[in-house]
Design a protein around this ligand. Structure first.
Ligand SMILES: [Zn+2]
Length: 484
């Protein structure tokens, strides 16, 4: 039996197991569900042990001091290859789910998984339990049917880290990665929490934009002034703020912060060509974009290039002065704005913060005081070059599963990927088979059952593809030796 045959023959067992797991309401944001998140972790660890993982553990996160900062548990599993030189691969996913409100909009209860017309309906079906568990089925297929004879261990050393707080912003992940850096050390990180373009247009995500946010406050006079008595004679902070914000982009839609583009990796001709081959229909895209009436952005780039591969500056809010009913003839004392920047490789949030501070200082007129307050350290962008050995191996695995060419996408969101790649010092490969219309985070989340099985098949091939690429992947190891 080959991999595909094995997966077909065992799909019922996979879906039945997945439905058991989906029935556990592991909502990380809900303090009343902490025990359910723990049960979800224990369920997965037991499943992985049943598959044959010699080690499958529930890891506590956060402070071990019960008085504060206790996190929700993650699952770690490890199965070493018989070949000590084989690459070490870490699969990352999450077993927590989003809240389910408004409940009345669900056609079937979110934690009573239902199968309908080839779809599996439940909270977590796509994001992310269905995708995490396809790795389990894929590994079973790889062991049973991936080689001439059944194997007793995977062709790569396989590690899994399945987090329980991703939907709550992964507050303890970075600490966990640092604490367990040794056991998590790897040559490649496989992220399994992404979408493909369409069922008949398989694709791989190769990047996620980063983020930096800040608030600007401007103060002019100590108090709101009568504009009849003082208007025209003192600087108006709202005018200064409007001019500063208006100058953030040039006439071509480029951000004007000094040095903003210095670290931006340009799109290669090959990437642009591949992005151009995605069947993007602008009308549909605009409809999904809140029925926007026109596309706009940086000159010289298409819409997908703008939202995936180019950085942005956005004004998220601006306020000050009189906004109530009727008129009020004042020079306002203060003006405020909130900004956020979407970043692409290899921009650093700290460098963007410095550039913003310089820009604000340069654009604050005499008599106005401006302060910039950052909204935290920001998120670094994540990016995998399409010609890197790990992405090439992932692409071959996806192409074998889907039987057609696999294109590349990027995603706008910013998850824990940057921490994973930064702290563990390994490249990312995104193997996911969700769809953008899976209604993740919304009522009636679903997964296409056929695509979950395609994911399992890609996962089954992935270990052999990565093993074959071994020397290229392990070349970056310190001392060239096994680091795990
Ligand atoms: Zn999610």
């Amino acid at each position: 039996m080959d991999v595909r045959g094995y997966i077909e023959a065992n799909s019922r067992g996979y879906f039945d197991a997945l439905k058991q797991w989906l029935a556990i309401p592991s909502i990380s944001a809900d303090p009343a569900r902490r025990e359910d998140v723990r049960r979800s972790a224990e369920w997965l660890a037991a499943r992985l042990r049943a598959t044959g993982f010699p080690a499958a553990e529930v890891w506590e996160t956060g402070s071990t001091d019960p008085s504060g900062g206790r996190g929700l548990p993650a699952v770690f599993a490890e199965w070493r290859s018989d070949d000590p030189g084989a690459p070490v691969v870490l699969v990352y996913g999450h077993h927590d789910v989003q809240p389910v409100e408004p409940l009345e909009e669900w056609h079937s209860p979110p934690f009573q998984p239902a199968e309908r017309d080839g779809q599996l309906l439940a909270r977590g079906a796509s994001d992310d339990k269905g995708q995490v568990l396809f790795h389990d089925l894929g590994l079973r297929a790889c062991l049973a049917a991936g080689a001439p004879a059944a194997r007793s261990a995977p062709p790569v050393t396989l590690k899994l880290l399945v987090e329980g707080e991703e939907e709550s912003g992964s507050p303890h992940l970075a600490d966990l990665l640092r604490r367990e850096r040794e056991r998590l050390s790897c040559d490649v990180i496989v992220i399994t929490d992404t979408s493909i373009w369409a069922p008949d247009v398989p694709s791989m995500c190769v990047g996620m934009r980063g983020l930096f946010g800040a608030q600007i406050d401007m103060t002019g006079p100590e108090l709101d002034l009568h504009s009849g008595s003082f208007g025209g004679g003192v600087p108006n902070p709202l005018h200064a703020m409007a001019a500063l914000l208006g100058g953030l982009h040039d006439s071509g839609g480029r951000v004007t912060l000094p040095g903003f583009y210095d670290q931006v990796a340009p799109l290669s001709a090959q990437e642009r060509e591949l992005i151009g081959r995605l069947p993007m229909r602008e009308k549909e895209w605009l409809a999904a974009a809140g029925h926007s009436r026109a596309a706009s952005g940086e000159a010289g780039y298409g819409t997908l290039e703008r939202i995936w591969a180019r950085p942005t500056a956005e004004i998220n809010g601006m306020w000050g002065g009189h906004t109530g009913p009727g008129g009020k003839t004042i020079i306002p004392a203060r003006a405020h704005a909130k900004l956020s920047f979407r970043l692409v490789a290899h921009q650093e949030p700290a460098a963007v913060e410095a550039a913003l501070r310089r820009y604000v200082a340069d654009h604050t007129p005499p008599g106005i005081e401006a302060t910039v307050t950052s909204e935290g350290p920001g998120v670094r962008p994540a990016f995998s070059p399409i010609d890197s050995p790990a992405v090439a191996a992932g692409r071959r695995a996806m192409e074998r599963a889907f039987g057609r060419e696999v294109l590349f996408t990027r995603e706008g969101g910013s998850g824990p990927e940057a921490d994973l790649t930064d702290i563990l010092q390994a490249p990312l490969v995104f193997i996911g088979t969700g769809l953008d219309d899976d209604r993740i985070h919304a009522p009636n989340e679903k997964a296409e059952m056929a695509l979950l099985l395609k994911g399992a098949e890609a996962a089954a091939y992935l270990w052999d593809e990565l093993a074959a690429a071994g020397p290229e992947l392990t070349a970056g190891r310190p001392g060239g030796t096994e680091s795990g």
